[in-house]
Design a protein around this ligand. Structure first.
Ligand code: MIG
Length: 726
C-alpha cells in the first residue's frame, strides 16, 4: 500500500491527497501519474503520524496542524488549522474545464499571481494567466489587462493570524476570481474560484502563520532565485538599441566620465545581422570582440538579447549550425515547422520542450561566452508572433516531449519561456564553467524564478506606470520572483527630467535596476536631462552602490529562504490590516522602508509606519506615530530604517570589481531593540559558494558594541569601519 497518499473515488471522479515536506498538502482530482509541470521540485513523503476517522458521509484526516474533512459523496474538502476553517469547497469541477470554488471566510488580503498590472491586494478582482505580449494587445499597460507576460498560478491569502498559499499546478489558460461576484463558476459574492481551460484540478496547499513561512515553503516546492552575480545588482543601462560599436563604447565612457556608477550595458536587437539570432551585424559591429573587451575593461559587463524567432532564410533553411526541422515547433496543417513572423520576418520557433533542443540552443551561446558575455536577455517568449490576430502562435501548433509525445499549445503556451530559460541557463552555465550566468526573461511560468530574472515588459513613461510598478513587483515577490524590475524611465514615450529623477530614485531600490527605452523615444541616459537632473540621478545611483552588500545579502536570503528582496510593509506586522493595501511604500531587505515620490510637483508625501520606531535615513529624525507627512526635495527619496538596526554601507564605487569587499561602514540606528542584520559575502561571481566558500553572519549592536554571530566563515570579511550612530 502506498502510504504517502489517500485516495477517494466516486463514479469517475478521483481525489488524491498527498503529503509533502514543509507541511504542504497536495490535492489532485485525477489518477494520472507524473503530470506535474516542471515547476514542482518536491516529492511526496510518507507522513510520520496521521489519523484517519471514518464518519458517515465524511472522512476526517489529521496531519500536522491540519484537519481535512473529505465529503465522500461530492469529494469536496473542508480544511481546518488550529485557528479554524481555512477552506470550504463549494463546487468541484473535473473534466475538460477543471476548477473549484470555495467560500471566502477569512482572507483580508490576496497577493501573488505573478506579474499583474494591478494594485497590491487582488481581492474583489478576477485575473487570468495566459502569457501575453501585453503591448501588442493594448496601447499601454492598464488594469483592464488581466493577463500579462507571466503565468504564475500561486497566490496567498492573508489575515491577522494566518497565511495560506495555493499553488495550482496547471499550465493551461487559468482564471482566478477572488470574491468578485462573478466568474467561470458563476461565483456569487464571497466566492473564491479557480478554473482552467484544460489539464487537471491539482493544487498544493501551504497553510502557515506568516507570508514569510508560506514563501519559504513555496520556495522549496518550486525553487528560489539564483544567487545572481553581484555585478548584476548594479545599475543596468539599456536602449533599443545601442546601434553601433562606437555608440556602445561612447555610453560606457560617458558613465565613467560623469562618474555615475554603472555595471551592465545591453545590446538590443540591432546588434544582429538582419535579426538573425546568434549573429553579429558586421557593418555596425565590425570589431565586436575588441569592442566588448574595451567595454569590459571599463568595468562593465554586456548583456545581449536573444529572441526565440529563428529567421527562415529564402532557401527555406535556417542559418544555425546543427539545426534540424524537428527542433522547431510544428504546424500540423503543413506537417512542417510552424512559420510565424517576428523581427527576422518569417521565423521558426525552437521546441525547447525537447532536451536535445535545449542542449543545442544552449551551446549556440559559445561565441558570446568566448567574447566575455555572461548575461542573456530572452525577449518575445510568450511566444510573440506578429502574424496572428492573437499576437501569439496559433493554438494548433505542437511540441514534442522527450518520449516523442505530442504536446499542444494549450499546455505549452504558458511554459514556453520557462523551457527557453532552462535552455539558456543550462547552456550558459556549462559554457561559463565556474562563473555564474545572468538570464533575464520577459515571460515566465511558476518555477522560472530559479532560472531567470524578469522585467515587466513594455511600460510607458507615465507617472501611473512608475507608481503601479511597485505593487507589481510586490506581487511578483509574493509569487517567488525576487529579481524583478521595470524599464526605469519607461519604455514607450518620453519622460520629463522630473519623472526620470523620481524613477531613478525608485529604481535604485528595486532588485533589477535597469534604465531602458524604446526605439524612437527620447534618450534616457542620466546625462540627457540637464545638470540638476543628472546630479539628482547620480545621488540615487550612488546610494544604490553604497547598499550593495546589504542588497546582496538580501538576495542571499531570497536564494536560501524564498523571501523576496522587495516586500510589502505588512510583512512587519500582519496584525495591522491598514498595511494590507499600501501600494506606494515597500520594504527593501529586512530593515529599510522606501517611500518614493510618485507624482509630478510633489515635494512631500504621507508615510504610514508599521509599529515600532523608525528613523529617517538622511536626517536621523525619529517617528513613532502611525502616519506622518515627510519632505522630499527633488533629489531626495524618503527612506526609513527600523530603529535598532545596523545598516552596512559599501565604499563609493563606479562598478562592482567582483571579488572581495574590502571595507564597510556601519551605521547604527539606535533603538530599544537590537535588531539583527544579515551579512553575506563571497566572491560575487563564481559557484564556489555552492561548495561553501562564503561568509555569513548576523550583526547587531549591544550597549554600543558591535556583535557578530558567525554562521559560516569560509570567505574573507571586510574591515567593518567606524560604527556611526544615528
Ligand atoms: O517588439 O527588442 O520588451 O524591451 O527593447 C519589441 C526590442 C521587441 C520588446 C521588449 C523590449 C525590447 C524590444 N522588444
Amino acid at each position: 500500500m502506498n502510504l504517502n497518499r489517500i485516495e477517494f473515488r466516486r463514479g469517475r471522479r478521483c481525489l488524491r491527497l498527498r503529503f509533502y515536506p514543509e507541511g504542504i498538502l497536495r490535492v489532485s482530482y485525477h489518477d494520472q501519474e507524473n503530470v506535474q509541470t516542471d515547476a514542482v521540485l518536491l516529492e511526496p513523503i510518507q507522513p510520520q503520524t496521521m489519523e484517519r476517522k471514518e464518519l458517515k458521509l465524511e472522512e476526517e484526516i489529521r496531519w500536522q496542524d491540519l484537519r481535512i474533512v473529505v465529503n465522500k459523496k461530492e469529494l469536496t474538502l473542508k480544511i481546518y488549522d488550529s485557528f479554524g476553517l481555512v477552506q470550504e469547497d463549494q463546487e468541484i469541477r473535473t473534466g475538460a474545464k477543471p476548477g473549484h470554488s470555495r467560500k471566502r471566510n477569512w482572507e483580508a488580503g490576496i497577493y501573488g499571481l505573478g506579474e499583474k498590472y494591478h494594485w497590491l491586494n487582488l481581492m474583489h478582482h478576477t485575473m487570468e494567466n495566459w502569457n501575453t505580449d501585453a503591448l501588442a494587445r493594448v496601447p499601454q499597460h492598464c488594469t483592464a489587462l488581466t493577463s500579462m507576460h507571466t503565468a504564475i498560478n500561486f497566490y496567498l491569502g492573508v489575515s491577522e493570524e494566518r497565511c495560506v498559499g495555493w499553488y495550482y499546478d496547471n499550465p493551461t489558460h487559468t482564471r482566478f476570481s477572488f470574491d468578485h461576484g462573478r466568474g467561470e463558476m458563476a461565483a456569487g459574492e464571497g466566492e473564491m474560484s479557480f478554473s482552467a481551460d484544460g489539464g487537471f484540478l491539482d493544487y498544493y496547499l501551504i497553510v502557515k502563520h506568516s507570508p514569510q513561512e508560506v514563501l519559504t515553503a513555496y520556495g522549496r516546492l518550486t525553487g528560489t532565485s539564483p544567487l545572481w552575480p553581484r555585478k548584476f545588482l548594479g545599475l543596468q543601462q539599456s536602449r533599443y538599441s545601442y546601434r553601433t560599436q562606437e555608440e556602445l563604447l561612447a555610453v560606457a565612457k560617458r558613465f565613467r566620465k560623469e562618474e555615475i556608477p554603472c555595471d551592465v550595458l545591453y545590446l538590443d536587437i540591432h546588434y544582429m545581422d538582419e535579426y538573425r539570432v546568434f549573429s553579429i551585424d558586421q557593418k555596425a559591429f565590425p570589431n565586436f570582440v575588441e569592442t566588448l573587451q574595451e567595454v569590459h575593461a571599463l568595468g562593465f559587463t554586456v548583456i545581449v538579447i536573444i529572441d526565440p524567432g529563428v529567421k527562415l532564410e529564402k532557401d527555406g533553411q535556417v542559418a544555425l549550425p546543427g539545426a534540424k526541422p524537428e527542433y522547431f515547433i510544428q504546424d500540423p496543417k503543413t506537417g512542417k515547422p510552424y512559420v510565424g513572423v517576428v523581427w527576422p520576418e518569417e521565423s521558426l520557433f525552437p521546441d525547447f520542450l525537447q532536451k536535445q533542443v535545449r542542449e543545442w540552443w544552449g551551446n549556440l551561446h559559445k561565441a558570446f561566452v568566448k567574447a566575455g558575455i555572461r548575461g542573456i536577455w530572452n525577449d518575445m517568449n510568450e511566444i510573440a508572433d506578429f502574424s496572428t490576430k492573437s499576437k501569439t502562435v496559433p493554438t494548433r501548433v505542437t511540441h514534442q516531449d522527450d518520449e516523442g509525445k505530442i504536446v499542444t499549445q494549450k499546455e505549452m503556451h504558458n511554459q514556453y519561456a520557462h523551457y527557453e530559460a532552462k535552455a539558456t541557463q543550462a547552456g550558459m552555465r556549462a559554457l561559463l564553467k565556474n562563473q555564474r550566468p545572468f538570464v533575464l526573461s520577459r515571460a515566465a511560468f511558476a518555477g522560472t524564478q530559479r532560472l531567470a530574472a524578469v522585467w515587466t515588459g513594455d511600460n510607458s513613461s507615465t507617472w501611473e506606470h512608475m507608481e503601479m510598478s511597485i505593487p507589481m513587483f510586490l506581487n511578483m515577490g509574493m509569487s517567488g520572483f525576487s529579481m524583478v524590475g521595470s524599464d526605469v524611465g519607461g519604455y514607450a514615450g518620453d519622460p520629463s527630467a522630473e519623472m526620470m529623477i523620481r524613477w531613478m530614485q525608485l529604481g535604485a531600490f528595486t532588485p533589477l535596476f535597469r534604465n531602458h527605452a524604446a526605439i524612437g523615444t527620447r534618450h534616457q541616459e542620466p546625462w540627457c536631462f540637464g545638470d540638476e537632473a543628472q546630479a539628482a540621478m547620480k545621488k540615487a545611483v550612488d546610494m544604490r552602490y553604497r547598499l550593495r552588500s546589504y542588497l546582496y545579502s538580501a538576495l542571499w536570503q531570497s536564494h536560501q529562504e524564498g523571501i523576496p528582496i522587495m516586500r510589502p510593509i505588512y510583512f512587519l506586522d500582519q496584525t495591522d490590516v491598514r498595511l494590507y493595501d499600501v501600494n506606494d511604500q515597500f520594504l527593501f531587505g529586512d530593515h529599510l522602508m522606501v517611500c518614493p515620490i510618485l507624482r509630478p510637483g510633489q515635494r512631500q508625501r504621507m508615510v504610514l509606519f508599521p509599529k515600532g520606531e523608525w528613523v529617517e535615513f538622511k536626517t536621523g529624525k525619529r517617528f513613532t506615530e502611525d502616519v506622518a507627512i515627510v519632505e522630499a526635495a527633488l533629489d531626495e527619496i524618503p527612506i526609513f530604517v527600523r530603529a535598532g538596526a545596523v545598516i552596512p554601507l559599501d565604499m563609493p564605487s563606479q562598478f562592482d570589481p567582483e571579488g572581495e569587499i574590502e571595507e564597510l561602514e556601519l551605521i547604527h540606528f539606535e533603538g530599544e531593540e537590537n535588531l539583527k542584520t544579515k551579512l553575506y559575502f563571497d566572491d560575487g561571481q563564481s559557484f564556489a559558494f555552492e561548495s561553501g566558500a562564503y561568509r555569513e553572519s548576523w550583526i547587531h549592536v549591544e550597549d554600543g558594541i558591535l556583535r557578530e554571530e558567525i554562521l559560516r566563515d569560509q570567505y574573507s570579511a571586510p574591515v567593518m569601519k567606524s560604527i556611526k550612530k544615528r
